[in-house]
Design a protein around this ligand. Structure first.
Ligand code: DX5
Ligand code: ZN
Length: 215
């Protein structure tokens, strides 16, 4: 499976966000990872629909929206209208994941389901043939620049095994603490979509940093 890189703009320079998106695209990133926080599901706030809409035209690569919010269902239409290509929600936030997946797909978007580091990976097993992607958080969601949690490698491997056994070509995304040192470990465990924020946006040479995640 080819490794895809999704650039988390949480670590970008917001005073020149459009330019940062263009740089990420030029550097070889496959997607822009857009972290939405509500101060409730996670203890932080970030940005939302108007920001996404205003920068959508700045690059052509897909917008991978990661909703760290308590009520994802209520905002799917607005993110779809604003130009999202993919929406991932958290399994911990909803009582009926299938309904959220159906709603995302009804808007023509691809769908993802995510679990925090302490949530058992088995939580997503019943949904892997309904989604396009499963996101295993490799840090506690809410902040960029944290250290990778090594215990999450077992969850990635268990999820890849389950997907392979069911014959599901699942994208497994990892998010948090991904850089030069951790990328080979998560790839070996079975992840094929790597979110990276601080590592690529704070590097001196973004194309080299992006390429290093694929090696
Ligand atoms: C954390 C976010 C991540 C974050 C990753 O809650 O979901 O996308 O930006 O940042 P780094 O790559 O700096 O760990
Ligand atoms: Zn994220």
């Amino acid at each position: 499976m080819n490794t895809k890189i999704s650039a988390s703009i949480l670590s970008a320079d917001f005073s020149r966000l459009g330019e940062e998106l263009k740089n990420a695209e030029k550097a070889g990133c496959d997607m822009i990872h857009f972290d939405v926080m509500d101060g409730h599901f996670v203890p932080n706030l970030s940005y939302g629909i108007p920001v996404l809409k205003s920068v959508r035209h700045c690059c052509a690569i897909p917008f991978d929206v990661h909703l760290m919010i308590t009520d994802p269902m209520s905002y799917i239409d607005a993110f779809a209208d604003a130009g999202a290509d993919h929406i991932t929600f958290h399994a911990e936030a909803v009582s009926d994941p299938r309904a959220v997946i159906d709603k995302i797909r009804s808007r023509g978007l691809t769908a993802g389901i995510s679990v925090k580091p302490k949530t058992p990976v088995e939580t997503v097993f019943p949904f892997i043939d309904l989604v396009d992607m499963a996101l295993i958080m490799t840090v506690e969601p809410g902040f960029g620049g944290q250290g990778f949690i090594p215990d999450t490698l077992e969850k990635i491997a268990a999820l890849r095994k389950e997907a392979d056994q069911k014959g599901v070509p699942l994208d497994i995304e990892v998010d948090g603490g991904i850089g030069f040192n951790t990328a080979p470990k998560v790839r070996a465990a079975g992840a094929n979509v790597l979110v990276s924020g601080s590592y690529i946006f704070r590097s001196e040479d973004m194309p080299a940093a992006v390429a290093s995640l694929r090696r």
